[in-house]
Design a protein around this ligand. Structure first.
Ligand code: DGP
Ligand code: NA
Ligand code: NA
Length: 212
């Protein structure tokens, strides 16, 4: 049996990522694939509840401590991801380690410190990085109330995502990280994403799941 594909969507807050992740899972299931959503952070676990309290500013934590909790939250899901992929289930993740690196590096933590805790996690077959120009993002309504949802943090995170893109492409190949414009209608963005995912689905059957 062919394994499933591991597809990640990344992007800044207000990139439309969560909408597109939901549409992608639906479309995969409607076209004869087995697919499920994996949200990161997964706020339902014990570690996820600590992260949720931090994001809602109900708890204060050292920058390195919260970085490690975000990473631990991915590690506690890693076995299930690998098992499901092996059983033919395609996983669509709403954020992954790349958010972890970009957001923490944006706070000023050293890049290699940000990278290291996630080393060895399952390697996505395809990461789609949804981009919107700042002026378009600002027309999509006010930021929410969570900790990182302000223009200064989002601007610095955008810069760090560019460094993450270079790192992933250098280590794992240019076809694993693709930037997708999230400008346009929901349907237009969905079509761009589907074309890229369709290509990735054709490639994965022959390959093993790699490691970050
Ligand atoms: P979301 O539920 O997708 O809105 O994500 C919550 C916020 O947490 C969002 O601003 C992005 C940020 N975030 C996601 N993953 C990580 C991570 O691993 N580390 C850090 N520092 N922030 C993250
Ligand atoms: Na958010
Ligand atoms: Na979201």
């Amino acid at each position: 049996m062919a394994r499933g594909a591991f597809i990640v969507l990344e992007g800044l807050d207000r990139s439309g990522k969560s909408t597109q992740v939901a549409k992608l899972v639906d479309r995969l299931n409607q076209t004869g694939h087995k697919a499920r959503l994996q949200k990161f952070p997964d706020r339902t676990t014990a570690i996820g509840k600590m992260i949720d309290a931090y994001l809602q500013s109900q708890a204060e934590l050292d920058d390195r401590a919260i970085h490690l909790l975000f990473s631990a939250n991915r590690w506690e899901c890693a076995e299930a991801i690998k098992r499901d992929l092996a059983n033919g289930m395609t996983i669509v993740a709403d954020r992954y380690a790349f958010s972890g690196i970009a957001f923490s590096a944006a706070k000023g933590l050293p890049f290699t410190f940000c990278l290291n805790p996630d080393a060895g996690l399952p390697l996505p077959d395809l990461t789609l990085y949804l981009t919107v120009p700042p002026e378009v993002a600002s027309t999509r309504g006010a930021y929410g109330v969570e900790r990182y949802e302000n223009l200064d943090m989002q601007t610095r995170t955008r810069e760090q995502f560019a460094a993450v893109a270079r790192e992933v492409q250098a280590r794992h190949g240019e076809d694993r990280w693709v930037q997708v414009s999230a400008v346009g209608t929901i349907d237009e963005v969905e079509a761009r994403i589907w074309e890229l995912v369709d290509g990735a689905l054709r490639r994965v059957d022959e390959t093993r799941v790699g490691e970050l």
